[in-house]
Every structure is written in C-alpha cells, then in structure tokens.
Design a protein around this ligand. Structure first.
Ligand SMILES: [Zn+2]
Length: 315
C-alpha cells in the first residue's frame, strides 16, 4: 500500500463510532463477544451455563456460583466510568496520528485529568504488551538511541547520564518497503541486554543490519543473521542507505512525542514509545482499530494506578 493509500483509506468516523458503540448496552454486548467469542466461560470452573444479575452487571456461573463481570481480570478492571467513555477514548487514541495527551483526552471525553491520565496509561499498556508479543521479521535495521540526549554525539555511552537508552528497530520486506517497527527501552547497550531484547523482539532467521556497536552481535543469540555496516560514526551514519528507515522513524517518533507530550517521566517512556509503534504498525487498518484493540484489552491483566505510576522494569 502506498503512502496515499494510507492517508486516503476510509478509516472510521465519529458518527460510525456513535452508531456502533453509542450506548452502554452496545458496548457491553461488544465486550461480551470479544471476551467470550464462543459464549460465556466461567473463569473459575469453565462451565458455560450462567445467569445475569442485571442490577449489578454481574454474570453468575450456574455450576459453581462464581460471580464475574465483563471488566474483571481485564485492563478495564475496577473502572467506574461508562464503557461509552472508554470506547471513545480508545477510538481517539488509536485514530490519532501523532498521539493524544491526557490533557486533550480530559477535554474530549469530559473526565478529570487524573482519570484521563490513568486511562491513557492503561491504553498504552495494552498497546505495549501487544506489540511486545509480536516479533519483527524480514530485514531489520537496528540502531541505539538515547532519549533526552544528542543522537550520535560522538562519544557513545559516555556523557549519557540521565539519558534513557532504547533500541530502535524497523523491519522491511524484500522490496525495501517499511513494514513495522519497535522502540524498546533497555538497561544499556550491553551484550546481555541486547541478547534478551532480541529473543523477545526478533523472529529467528531474520537478517539484522546494524553499525559496528559490539553489543548488537548478540542478535545471533536469537537465531538472526547479523550484517555490520561500518559507518565511521558521527553524522555519516545518518546518510547511509542501509539505515534510512530507522533514522527516519527515530526522527518521527521524537517529533511526535515531544510535540504532543512536552514532558514525559522517564519511567513512562516505554509506553509512549510503544503507543507510537502500535499505531504505526497498524496504519493500514484504521477501520478496525477499536475492535482489534478491545479484543486484546479484555485479555490484558488489570493495571492498578499504583503500578502505572511505578518505574517500569525496563525490558
Ligand atoms: Zn463456575
């Protein structure tokens, strides 16, 4: 699909959203179908026979009497918000091209800033967990980047205090077209870290192209072929054809994140990077962003605020 096909695809409009998910009942029915595509299954005993306690929106198993709800055990757990507000938030965030700040979300859906912030973080967490489970394949351009620091400032690794290291990887097909990308915070550019990263994020048999940074040879531990392109360091590397895509996407993600969010706490950076990648990786599928997201969201464990605010365990 060409760039124009991405820009001019039909997409999914607000009137369509309100038509499909405008009422609480529509949202509940959809969530039910995504959570239990084959019909209700008791999370405790596996029985499919249930009754509904309408007043409390609770489903009770006829066999073991365990009570459950549509949102329990999911990223929506313990929410007090109507599902219509959640669906609107998911729609706005997944359809946005460069990202939607919590402040903007607060205005658009009419909730407090703290509520909007927490919804936004939970939605990004779903995106992160989803893409973390989908390794890149094909030919992969790899680069080391620091958030908050000068890129290719000459002395790699040194002077990097307070800067957050992350791996930038983009996959291309045989024609050299960009397919997908992944931006992952790591503890540092060391063999053990890159080895761990590669085993999660790269499909074995892929061809990885990087510059001569020693730790990148660890992609072989994930069963990948490794080709080193000597760049001579400095700004020369930016002009190397082998790294065109990864350099472009590093620039795009920095512009998008700094333009939309202004200030990000270091511990939340992994989610913001993941949000950008998630949307990019699904750029040909604007029309079904919401159902695809929601299907995963009801399979993503709850993320209490206490955990959302804590430092991420990088990697
Ligand atoms: Zn049961």
């Amino acid at each position: 699909m060409s760039k124009n096909q991405v820009q001019f695809q039909a997409g999914y409009s607000l009137p369509e959203l309100f038509h499909d998910y405008g009422t609480e009942e529509q949202c509940r029915q959809s969530l039910f179908d995504w959570k239990w595509p084959q019909g209700f299954v008791c999370p405790k005993c596996g029985s499919s026979s249930f009754c509904t306690l309408k007043s409390r929106n609770v489903y009770q198993c006829n066999h073991c009497h365990h009570q459950t709800s549509l949102t329990s055990g999911t990223i929506f757990a313990s929410t007090n918000l109507p599902l219509t507000q959640w669906f609107l938030a998911i729609h706005l965030i997944t359809q946005s091209k460069t990202g939607l700040s919590a402040l903007e979300l607060k205005r658009q859906i009419g909730v407090s800033y703290n509520t909007a912030w927490s919804m936004k973080q939970k939605i990004m967490q779903v995106m992160k967990e989803r893409d973390d489970s989908q390794p890149l394949s094909g030919t992969i351009q790899l680069d080391d980047v620091y958030w908050g620091g000068e890129r290719h400032g000459g002395s790699r690794g040194r002077g990097a205090e307070n800067k957050i290291p992350y791996v930038a990887a983009v996959s291309t097909n045989k024609k050299g077209h960009l397919i997908a990308m992944s931006m992952t915070v790591v503890k540092g550019f060391r063999l053990t870290e890159i080895s761990k990263w590669a085993q999660q994020h790269l499909q074995s048999g892929s061809l990885v192209v990087s510059d001569g940074l020693a730790c990148f040879s660890a992609v072989k531990n994930a069963g990948c072929l490794h080709e080193v392109i000597v760049t001579g360091g400095g700004h020369q590397s930016v002009t190397k054809e082998e790294f065109t895509w990864v350099n472009t996407m590093i620039g795009n993600i920095k512009n998008a994140i700094t333009g939309t969010y202004h200030a990000i706490k270091p511990q939340h950076l992994p989610r913001y990077l993941a949000e950008f990648c998630y949307r990019f990786n699904r750029r040909f599928h604007l029309e079904d962003m919401l159902p695809r997201f929601a299907f995963i969201a009801v399979r993503t464990p709850p993320m209490p605020n206490r955990l959302l605010k804590m430092a991420e365990n990088y990697g």
